[in-house]
Design a protein around this ligand. Structure first.
Ligand SMILES: [Zn+2]
Length: 246
């Protein structure tokens, strides 16, 4: 393959590898993905139960506060009974006391329900936490393994960056600008192989592997004989002939 085109092929390869390395460094490696998802899901269940426990405890406390306030009111009304001047006032006080007592029993039920919910959620959380331990320990071990591998990946990314810089300098400015522009629009791919479409008799047909658009025979000849920089008429990627790659 002509040198300039070979450089661009190599450049694209280095860019792809760098992207892969950077994605890896910014996330979780594939071999850990499944475990990571399971760990996150189980963790979310435990967090959800903890929130349920807290919410029920709050509801219980709120009901208890209401009960205490109402008991104070009942006490207050009972003290006033000694001061009533007639039957009407007496009847009104009894009604107030009755109403407050009814409210107390409603809040007592609420408090009890909240307490039961709290206990049930708390029990489920303990069970989940217990069975989570093993998975979590395994996850911690795998994470440690990955952390130990990270410096190698970082070093490789660093090497690729230097390599990309060196290769970029070898490509003429105009070609490089075009390559970069296409890359920014085409998911990082500024290069496409030309594929011969295999079919019966008749003249040969070539396609761009990036977009499947037809590549004119004279373009293929120009790349093959002069190593010229040609682009796809449709997607504008720089074209190369893979059979000449080796
Ligand atoms: Zn194309």
């Amino acid at each position: 393959m002509p040198e300039q085109l070979a450089t661009i092929v190599e450049l694209q390869q280095a860019l792809d590898e760098l992207k892969e390395a950077e994605e890896l460094l910014g996330g979780i490696p594939e071999w850990m993905q499944e475990l990571h998802e399971e760990q996150s899901q189980r963790k979310a269940v435990i967090d959800g139960l903890a929130a349920e426990v807290e919410e029920a405890a709050q509801a219980n406390r709120a009901a208890e506060t209401e009960i205490n306030d109402l008991r104070e009111r009942v006490k207050h009304f009972q003290e006033q009974i000694a001061l009533v001047r007639n039957q009407r006032e007496y009847g009104a006080l009894l009604q107030e006391i009755d109403g407050a007592k009814q409210q107390i029993s409603t809040f007592e039920e609420e408090a009890l329900t909240a307490l039961e919910t709290q206990e049930a959620a708390s029990g489920r959380r303990s069970e989940e936490e217990e069975s989570f331990k093993e998975l979590d320990a395994k996850y911690a071990t795998e994470l440690e393994k990955w952390e130990a591998q990270k410096p190698d990946v970082s070093r490789k990314a660093e090497e690729l960056r230097s390599r990309i810089e060196v290769l970029s300098e070898r490509v003429p400015q105009q070609t490089l600008s075009h390559f970069e522009r296409v890359r920014s629009h085409r998911n990082g791919q500024g290069l496409a192989a030309v594929h011969e479409v295999v079919r019966g008799k008749g003249p040969k047909i070539w396609h761009c592997s990036g977009c499947n658009y037809r590549v004119r025979p004279q373009v293929v000849v120009a790349i093959h004989t002069q190593g010229s920089i040609e682009m796809c008429d449709s997607c504008k990627r720089i074209l190369y002939l893979p059979e000449a790659a080796g």
